[in-house]
Design a protein around this ligand. Structure first.
Ligand SMILES: NC(=O)c1ccc[n+]([C@@H]2O[C@H](COP(=O)([O-])OP(=O)(O)OC[C@H]3O[C@@H](n4cnc5c(N)ncnc54)[C@H](OP(=O)(O)O)[C@@H]3O)[C@@H](O)[C@H]2O)c1
Length: 288
């Protein structure tokens, strides 16, 4: 199998690339600002660059894990978010059509307004943020292109990886330094181990599943509960988890409060099992 992993310097793409290579697939990974050994630079916003890499790698399968994922940055730079997350997706969709490749795109529970999550695939999206809006537009491009394609939505992706900015590492670094970590009590999601997300993504692509599929862990919890679970797993001081509500401490982009994903389709159709937060933390290098 020839695979192309767009955004392989990112959290999810890196793990997908590792997994494919570990089993002997031919896989090319791309980056923008964080080069890695064997990686190819690709900005999906450039249509000619996307066409070129598709011609050179002749992929059977494309994982589109790259994009502008920083929720507040998308609010600050709306044109850039559109260029990357929407136009970029359109370029990848076109290249997959020409190559006859299967496409797996990624999206988020931030396509929902957070009034009554966790959400099933059939729930109506209503994004509150520009990030959510661009991700929803990207989903529609992937799903309506007439390709063999799926979109995996995920939520609160974490891994124990020093230097990474995911929520687990935010809490870990703060607590390790004896500093408070601000965690929202009213922002709920379904924490998802990056290793499990990558395993599910590879299985979805291997089986050429199509349509929307939610890929998330089994726990529905708030950021504050997530933070306390991190403290417990690493034997750190849970009193440093500083609770706040979204109304008290507004962020730049609006966040859905009761977000999170229901995963009935995933649990029925996939062999991959997503671990709960406590189990995944226990298996992590330092105690994910
Ligand atoms: N992390 C989460 O909690 C979460 C939750 C829900 C959904 N998701 C979705 O899951 C997918 C993967 O997220 P992630 O957490 O792995 O993201 P990430 O760690 O922020 O990585 C983003 C990747 O996209 C690349 N990228 C940035 N701009 C690009 C451009 N113009 N063209 C091509 N690639 C570009 C980055 O490259 P450089 O780093 O080299 O610049 C990096 O490889 C995304 O679709 C995201 O929306 C993530």
């Amino acid at each position: 199998v020839n695979a192309l992993v767009v955004g392989a310097s990112g959290r999810v793409g890196r793990r997908i690339l590792q997994r494919l290579r570990a089993r002997g697939d031919r896989a090319v990974g791309t980056f923008v600002s964080r080069p890695f050994d064997g990686g190819v630079r690709l900005d999906v916003g450039s249509a000619p660059d996307v066409e070129r890499i598709a011609r050179e790698t002749r992929p059977h399968v494309v994982f589109l894990a790259g994009g502008l994922t920083h929720v507040d940055a998308c609010e600050e730079r709306p044109d850039e978010a559109l260029r990357v997350n929407v136009d970029g997706t359109a370029h990848v969709v076109r290249a997959c059509g020409e190559a006859g490749a299967y496409l797996l795109g990624f999206s988020t529970d931030y396509v929902f307004d957070g009034a009554d999550g966790p959400y099933a695939e059939s729930a109506a999206p209503a994004p509150l943020s520009h990030y959510g809006f661009t991700k929803l537009a990207g989903e529609q491009l992937v799903l309506n292109a007439g390709l063999a394609a799926a979109v995996a939505r995920t939520s609160m992706v974490y891994e124990f990886r020093p230097g990474d900015g995911n929520f687990l590492m935010f809490v870990y670094d703060r607590l390790a330094a004896g500093r408070p970590a601000l965690c929202y009590t009213d922002q709920f999601g379904t924490p998802s181990s990056v290793e499990d997300v990558a395993a599910a993504a590879v299985e979805i692509a291997d089986r050429r599943l199509t349509g929307l599929i939610h890929v998330a862990g089994p726990d529905f919890m708030s950021r504050a509960e997530f933070g306390r679970a991190v403290a417990a797993a690493f034997g750190m001081d849970a009193r440093l988890i500083q609770e706040a509500t979204t109304r008290d401490r507004p962020q730049q982009a609006r966040r859905p409060v009761r977000a999170g994903l229901r995963t009935d389709r995933m649990r029925t159709e996939l062999k991959t099992r997503m671990r709960g937060l406590a189990d995944a933390l226990r298996a992590s290098p330092r105690g994910a």
